[in-house]
Design a binder for this molecule. Sequence first.
Ligand code: AR6
Length: 169
Amino acid sequence: MEERIRLIQGDITALQVDAVINAANSSLLGGGGVDGAIHRAAGPGLVEICRLLGGCEVGEAKVTPGLHMPAKYIIHTVGPVWKGGQNGESEKLASCYRSCLEQAKLHDCTAIAFPNISTGIYHFPKELAAGIAIRETRAFLKTNKIPATVTFVCYDQENYDLYKALLNS
Ligand code: AR6
């Protein structure tokens, strides 16, 4: 596994990193899954700040403070809902990773952590999503010094095993 990419299994809200990425929906006003966990950990002030952002398009990213989380920032991105694969889903997911990495760089985040965007409630196939996440991250790190490290945080065993295999290949 390359030095600047890390893999862990667990809850992203507990991580001591500069920025945690949130797999949000276009309203940015909270939801289930990792989004719900991040809003609970950050506290009720997060939805108030998000309300001022005017939502977010699929594939784009917006930044808020981490509030009560250990992370300084939350980078909210909106993944695509899987609709069979013929609706630009892969390109939109790739765009999420690129947008988040760009925002991390703009905010001088040395260490960031990604959840497995779109692979829960949005039903994106996990292996395809993992391949896109790793490809886009490797490409960005190759041409950028910041972020210095990217941690993929897998919640479920299936994603963890997929990432482990792909990162070691
Ligand atoms: N830490 C890390 N990963 C987690 C956590 C956690 N605490 N909780 C869940 N995951 P999902 P999506 C994993 O459904 O598919 C929300 O309602 C989970 O196992 O959170 O992008 C939003 O508001 C899965 O691998 O996000 C949107 O409406 C991954 O996070 C919608 O869900 C993503 O699953 C977004 O759906």
